[in-house]
Design a protein around this ligand. Sequence first.
Ligand code: DHE
Length: 518
Amino acid sequence: MLKNKRSMLGKIAIVGAAISVSAFSVQASGVGDVVSKVEVDYSKHCAACHGSERLGAMGPALLPDNLKRLRKNNATTVIAEGRTATQMPAFKNILDADQRQALVDYIFTPPKVIPSWTEKDILATQVVTHTQGELPNKPVFEADLMNLFLVVEIGDHHVTVLNGDTFEPIHRFKSRFALHGGPKYSPDGRYVYFASRDGWITKYDIYNLKVVAEVRAGINTRNLAISSDGKSVMVANYLPNNLVMFDAENLDMLKIYPVMNSEGKTSRVSAVYNAPPRNTYIAALKDLKEVWEIPYPVEGKSSTVRKIAVNDYLDDFFFDPDYKLLIGASRGAAGGQVVDLDLGKVVHSIPLPGMPHLGSGITWDYPIKNEKGLLEMRQVLASPNLKEGKVSVIDMKTWKVIKEIKTEGPGFFMRSHENSPYAWVDVFFGPNKDKVHVIDKSTLEIVKTLRPSPGKTAAHVEFNKDGSKVILSIWDMDGEIIVYDANTLEEEKRLPMVKPSGKYNVWNKTQYERGTSH
Ligand code: DHE
């Protein structure tokens, strides 16, 4: 049901619908099969984003096992009204109440064949075009490798390699369908690993500008993480409910971790991240109130999972820079929870109404009065909100919200850099989606609001290596990335791109820069 309002997905939706509907008609008239109206509705309105078999594509899988937290009456509302913070539009003017109800019953009905993606399936999809060490150990272009950017263009599923000094494109290549989330660089920045929503993991050699290995880790994937030693890659899946670990060299599968509690209840994985000082991966779960910590494999041998009980499901989460604390929230909850990963328990709760997007959270130091009335530099966490027009700034010592910065609408992404006085936040949803705010980190005030392309969504910025420049995406098929001077906030350059989404600087990502997503 996740047909997109925006132009690119709109086109896919129409094509997908046309193919599926005609296939149904042929089948129905040709062999006399009865194709129910709900199947036709699904095919027409839902299949393009959720997959013809309900296994997920741009949108999540729609199978009973993956809808455990969505009650049927809520599902009816989602179809009618759309879903906050996703591409799911409202269908109340397109489908009547009976059609919507029929679709709810349909997606809560188990499929005739239960989908599975086993070790055998994973192994069968692995393709190694160039084994590690086979290609030259020297870049085929000239540029500061640590200051490269990758720009993901979701409009036509491409990636551009951009020189971060000159802002000239070096190369553009086709990616898998619907890359989502941040690609992850090997610690030396030579390789990058991408995850697509339909489970494909691609390893790309930046020196040689070539895909070197691929494997399909799942049917509906969340994201991936790479270990700090660069030796393993962990993939988080929605479908199947598991985590899959790979050897980073050639994407050989090392281990599947089924995500299940002691009573046999399974769960989707919200996301997995590398926790550098801990030498572990940390995963948060969507259908079980647990956080999982998995040590890196030693000599190719994987180890056991440490399970930490938490107070609520964790849809969205974030770490303090030391990776001692995990700050997470479930969608729709009135607050967040702080989990001490050393103690293995929840140690604080944070009043955070709306829908904080903690995954986009960033930290910086800010002067706060202590109990003696003296100013001391404290670490603060700032998070945009997917439902309300505000940025919450939280003191990471007391876990009090010290300020709510009012914005012109709900935001998705936030970014800064250690060397920049500013933090940038977009207004992704609503009539002001074409605006981006610049916040002064020392006053917590908005100092400038940019509106670079009226009418077009402006969102997601990334800084260059030294924090002196910022690039911003115009999310449109006829889109651009815009380069700004990060200090004067003056526009310097525009480069045409096809619905550019995330941009990822090698230095900021490999150094776990505080202002950048990890
Ligand atoms: Fe994302 C990152 C989850 C919808 C674009 N998004 C992430 C990550 C997670 C996540 C867990 C971190 C992965 C990582 O970097 O390892 N996203 C979710 C959702 O749960 C949500 C709300 C619903 C869904 O459809 O899954 C969602 N995300 C979207 C979109 O609709 C966006 C705008 C367009 C798209 O591509 O689907 C979108 N998400 C992004 C981007 C990042 C991302 C560009 C990387 C941000 C970064 O700077 O690292």
